[in-house]
Design a protein around this ligand. Structure first.
Ligand SMILES: [Zn+2]
Ligand SMILES: [Zn+2]
Length: 352
């Protein structure tokens, strides 16, 4: 089969490799669509993991082979593949902090080499632990593979929205209106709250409004804080969701967030970044800082329901489609987005 093998920093190699062989408790999935995620881009562009590996984890496809002992799944079933599942009994899992679980962090779906997701290949192997614990989900009739590939990023954003306890009637600042920021806007709206977005690109500001932001501003607008206060009765927003790794965006969020409000770090910053802050700002204004990384097992069903019942319009997030063969070009585009670049999807079967 064909796969995009990570051979070193910024070295993706489109290779013929053996199709994974499955054990009795495993399932082989033919990849139809896989989303290109910011985390894939980081893994490809920075020396975080030893090569060779095959990344890609926002995977939707068709079951191609079922191990002899696997029950409940048939060849031909359309599925979403989750690339990691928590153990459910460690201290983290018992406190619903699944993304800190060591079993969860240890990704096991693979297309070959050290298991790393494996979505950037024609076939991916799903191990028994994942098959048995809810890591395969049926895609309902009428839902495309493209739409289904959004279940994982929806879960990650949903987890953050839940963690920040966003409530109906609240107002939320979303900094950055790329694919993640736009999804936040949609989810904030779905939860009955109002979203105010910022970005640097006029096209993304327009897009934010198109997907449901109540207001959207240029992040460089000198009156941004005043405008946000004007929209919130002088209070400031209840919560800020940081969907860009920008120190400036953080301080803007701090100025825009009401007393007693929350600021949630979603975008991963470069490791060398440090943000100096006077702790009394947090103390006197009782601002909660929080982080949300990856997805939650607890909201998986809701994430799937939101996508499968079209509670948010994931199609509106798709901007580009690339054949697997051209993954490197897709990464380039994601790193240097055009004004119209949002979510990029990858297709093993598409003609180059
Ligand atoms: Zn992802
Ligand atoms: Zn655990």
């Amino acid at each position: 089969m064909k796969a995009q093998v990570f051979r070193g920093v910024n070295q993706l190699s489109y290779e013929e490799i053996p199709t994974p062989e499955i054990a009795a408790d495993e399932v082989l999935v033919q990849v139809k669509v896989v989303g290109l995620c910011q985390s894939d881009i980081k893994k490809i562009r920075y020396p975080l993991y030893e090569p060779p590996r095959i990344f890609g984890h926002e995977t939707a496809g068709t079951i191609a082979q079922v191990g002899a002992e696997v029950e409940g799944w048939q060849v031909g079933d359309r599925v979403v593949v989750l690339h990691h599942i928590p153990c459910m009994h460690c201290a983290y899992c018992l406190s619903d902090n699944f993304s800190m679980c060591n079993v969860y962090k240890n990704i096991t779906t693979t297309a070959g080499f050290a298991p790393s997701g494996g979505g950037f290949a024609e076939y991916v192997k799903v191990p028994g632990h994942i098959v048995q614990n809810g890591g395969l989900m049926h895609i309902p009739d009428g839902i495309t593979f493209e739409q289904a590939s959004f279940v994982e990023p929806t879960n990650c954003c949903l987890k953050a929205v839940k963690k920040a306890q966003i409530q109906p009637g609240q107002t939320v600042l979303v900094t950055g209106a790329g694919p993640i920021g736009l999804m936040f806007i949609m989810l904030v709206k779905y939860f009955g709250a109002r979203a105010i977005a910022t970005d640097l690109l006029p096209s993304r500001i327009d897009k934010a409004l198109a997907v449901g932001a109540e207001a959207a501003f240029d992040a460089r607008d000198p009156d941004l804080v005043a405008k946000v206060h004007a929209l919130t009765g002088g209070l400031g927003v209840d919560t800020s969701l940081l969907a860009v790794p920008s120190e400036k965006a953080f301080f803007q969020a701090l100025d825009c967030t009401r007393k007693g409000g929350k600021i949630l770090f979603f975008a991963e910053f470069p490791d060398e970044v440090e943000i100096p802050i006077n702790p009394n700002i947090l103390y006197r204004r009782e601002i909660d800082l929080m982080g949300s990384y990856s997805s939650s097992y607890r909201v998986q069903q809701l994430a799937a329901d939101i996508v499968f019942h079209r509670r948010i319009d994931v199609d509106a997030l798709i901007s580009d489609r690339y054949p697997l063969k051209e993954l490197a070009n897709a990464v380039e585009q994601a790193v240097a987005p055009t004004p119209e670049t949002y979510k990029i999807l990858i297709y093993p079967e598409m003609e180059a």
